[in-house]
Design a protein around this ligand. Structure first.
Ligand code: PLP
Length: 415
């Protein structure tokens, strides 16, 4: 099979971009690494690695509490990321940016602070059939505690949410609609603006789980009119253990704190504690300072590349990969939404995804196999698992050719 040229979009020099990612240069089992698991975690450019190294080597100090030079420097660098995140999401103020460990913590924070205060017996929370466990379980826990009801927007055979059914779920008891912007298991891009508008019309709030959207498309929380939006740093080419929760100022002000401890207080006596301003009220204890600084470098990196260019390039890559995989007999794509991003999830007749993943690994190809923390999605399609190749802007057509070749080999081995 002939290798297709790597550079598919004018002006998007993928080979040059790959030079920024040291991890991609290695061989695995003697073969060049083909990394197709960016939805699980994305690889990190030198700029991120260097920002973290510089913090530890030159500026290392705790933040918000020292008058000395190192503390001032690290505080400035950490807080600069809040400003970068504000720009990245187009929030109105940097004070709408709460640092969390990742999307999981962002959702848990809202469920346990806003949720505990506002959700009462008989109220309803709406999620969708496409959710990652992290946008199911926190709401389930809240509903259990409050005797509230969890309702689920169904999807069709392509993996698209059925908005007519969603409309029917909305009512006077709906308090929150929480949904993924992009599905990690299927790649479906949900019509976020419309879903939020419908939630608002019913008098509910809307939280968007942007874990799989932030690496692939431009996010504008004001244009979306989102009440909450969360994403994980490690999926946008930053470090693990850091993420962002955007919340509308008025909501953050009214929410009780998440955890108690240092930094989130204004005054403490044994009789009474008063809390710090937002967003610091939600950031108890020493945060992931190095992670925050690394995330700033990652946001700079993708912003510099341009999210619109990234989206255009990945769109072509996805179309190429979909076509290449459609040539493989017995392969069925799971998730064929008309609006899709960066995910090729599939099953092959008679071959377990775990076996597929194992054979591909011997060829240097890293894919994810399993339920992708979205068991209800698998149940809906009546399958236990899929093989998922997930893309980033550093992937190439040649790598998708390698995947298709690898799957032919899998079929020979298990045929
Ligand atoms: C759609 C979606 N939401 C939430 C998460 C949770 O992200 P994290 O584990 O970084 O908190 C993931 C992770 O895969 C995801 O894909």
């Amino acid at each position: 099979m002939s290798m297709a040229p790597s550079v598919v979009s004018a002006g998007f020099d993928v080979e040059k971009i790959r030079e920024d990612f040291p991890v991609l240069k290695q061989t695995i089992h003697g073969k060049p690494l083909v990394y197709l698991d960016s939805a699980a975690t994305a690889q990190k450019p030198f700029a991120v690695i260097e920002a973290i190294r510089k913090f530890h080597e030159v500026d290392c100090a705790n933040i918000h509490r020292g008058v000395h030079e190192l503390s001032q420097r690290s505080t400035a660098a950490y807080e600069e990321t809040r400003v970068k995140a504000k720009r990245f999401l187009n929030a109105r103020s940097k004070n709408e940016i709460v640092f969390v460990r990742g999307a999981t913590e962002g959702i848990n924070l809202v469920a346990s602070t806003w949720g505990r205060k506002n959700v009462k017996e008989g109220d309803e929370i709406v999620i969708s059939a496409l959710e990652h466990h992290s946008n199911i379980v926190p709401w389930q826990m809240l509903c259990e505690e409050k005797s509230a009801k969890l309702r689920v927007i169904p999807m069709n055979d392509r993996g698209e949410l059925i908005l007519e059914e969603y409309e029917k779920l909305l009512g006077p008891r709906t308090r929150m609609v929480a949904f993924g912007h992009v599905s990690n298991a299927l790649g479906t891009v949900n019509p976020a603006r419309q879903i939020i508008e419908m939630a608002h019309r019913a008098g509910a709030l809307a939280l968007v789980d942007g874990a799989q959207a932030a690496p692939h498309m431009k996010i504008d929380v004001q244009a979306l009119d989102a009440d909450f939006y969360t994403f994980s740093g490690h999926k946008v080419f930053g470090p693990t253990g850091i993420g962002v929760l955007y919340g509308r100022t008025k909501l953050l002000l009214a929410m009780p704190p998440y955890q108690g401890g240092g930094d989130m207080i204004r005054t403490v006596t044994f009789e009474k504690t008063t809390y710090n301003d937002v967003p610091y009220k939600f950031e108890a204890g020493t945060p992931n300072i190095a992670g925050g600084i690394g995330l700033g470098a990652a946001l700079d990196y993708v912003t510099h590349l341009g999210l619109d260019r990234i989206a255009a390039y990945e769109h072509e890559l996805l179309a190429y990969g979909t076509e290449a995989l459609s040539q493989i007999p017995g392969l069925r794509m799971i998730g064929t939404a008309r609006d899709k991003a960066a995910v090729l999830s599939f099953v092959i007749d008679g071959i377990h995804p775990h076996d597929i993943g194992t054979v591909l690994d011997r060829m240097g190809i890293a894919v994810r196999t399993g339920h992708h923390c979205a068991q209800p999605v698998m149940d809906w399609f009546h399958i236990p698992a899929t093989t998922r190749a997930s893309l980033a802007f550093y992937n190439t057509r040649a790598e998708l050719d390698a995947l298709a070749e690898g799957l032919r080999r899998v079929k020979e081995v298990f045929g």
